[in-house]
Design a protein around this ligand. Structure first.
Ligand SMILES: [Ca+2]
Length: 77
């Protein structure tokens, strides 16, 4: 379980280039944080997370999309 605030700080840390999007590369660069995302979303692979939730054409995920993924797994407190 995570709060929206915890999720936001996780997202900001993953977003290394601070463009407001988390890309597949950023997920791969932080395996520890990606593992937390996996457990909070119930989706084991970054590729699957992005293909299911990222709406942008570049395949990067926004905070709102990540939040939705965690919400759908009933892990947002
Ligand atoms: Ca980024």
């Amino acid at each position: 379980m995570a709060t929206e605030q915890e999720l936001q700080s996780l997202f900001d840390t993953l977003d290394g280039d601070k463009d407001g999007l988390v890309s597949i590369n950023e997920l791969f660069l932080s395996p520890g944080l990606s593992a937390i995302i996996s457990s909070e979303t119930g989706i084991s692979s970054p590729q699957e997370l992005l293909s299911r939730y990222a709406s942008g054409s570049d395949g990067s995920i926004t905070f709102e999309e990540l939040k939705q993924a965690v919400k759908n797994a009933n892990n947002l407190t």
